[in-house]
Write a protein that binds this ligand. Structure first.
Ligand code: AMP
Length: 248
């Protein structure tokens, strides 16, 4: 069984994004970029399935700029076997990414496509669901546990107030939630080895997919600045303040 893992290059989760002065988007100049954290979890889970002898090959794929090669090399250093970069100049919307992934899945015939539940850059939470719909395949989203069992995969899903268990017939689409696993760090020898692993470069046109945007971002703004707090002398003064606010 083959596992396809789409990985997106996004602003590193430790970086506080800055909004451009004209409100047209987030400033990406000189900002550290990394693999989307949920995609690291997806790569880790694919590696664990392979280590358990239930998969033979892990293929990482990224749709993005030439620099997304670095993201793919990280996936290869963690343990993916080969990578495909679908090179684009601009950011591609989830529907077009899903169409490209569908075309790759048709070529590669993976038993599982394991995506992140959402990219922290656009918070779309759409690509996995769209891919499942386009391919007519079952989906297990927000995975907390993934268990491959013969030609099925059992996914425990994180839902409000608990877990829901679903059994999907493979080929299937799974999206990872935060508590699925803790991704490993790539070791230095594995980073060196990853440089020699195969990385194919394609374009959206190779898959006949039109990536023209369908929506325009009209404005991006910073969250409102939190007002400063106030120190009070003692509890009595605090109670007086709360009473004055009319909430007690
Ligand atoms: P989104 O729907 O944008 O929140 O992304 C959900 C998941 O889809 C991500 O965690 C990735 O696994 C995958 N994905 C989205 N965009 C891309 C991309 N440009 N390249 C590769 N994978 C992507």
């Amino acid at each position: 069984m083959k596992i396809l893992v789409p990985v997106k290059r996004v602003i590193d989760y430790n970086v506080k994004p800055r909004v451009k002065a004209d409100g047209s988007g987030v400033d990406l100049a000189n900002v550290k970029m990394s693999m989307n954290p949920f995609d690291e979890i997806a790569i880790e889970e694919a590696i664990r399935i392979k280590e358990a002898g239930k998969a033979e090959e892990i293929v990482a794929v990224s749709v993005g700029p030439a620099k997304a090669q670095e993201t793919l090399r990280t996936a290869l250093a963690m343990g993916a076997d080969r990578a495909i970069l679908v090179e684009t100049d601009e950011d591609v919307e989830p529907l077009a990414v899903a169409k490209i992934l569908k075309a790759i899945a048709e070529e590669e015939q993976p038993g599982l496509v394991m995506l992140g539940k959402q990219s922290i850059s656009d918070d779309s939470n759409q690509t996995g669901q769209m891919l499942a719909a386009l391919m007519g395949r079952p989906q297990g989203t927000f995975a907390n546990t993934v268990e491959v069992d013969g030609d099925s995969v059992v996914v425990k899903r994180e839902i409000d107030g608990g877990l829901e268990t679903v059994k999907l017939t493979m080929p299937a689409i799974v999206t990872t939630d935060l508590r699925l696993n803790e991704p490993r760090y790539a070791s230095l020898p594995n980073i060196m080895k990853a440089k020699k692993k195969p990385l194919d470069t394609k374009t959206p046109a190779d898959f006949g997919v039109d990536i023209a945007p369908r929506l325009t971002t009209t404005n991006v703004s910073e969250p409102p600045v939190r007002q400063a707090g106030e120190k009070v002398e003692d509890v009595a003064a605090l109670v007086e303040k709360i009473k004055a606010l009319g909430i007690a």
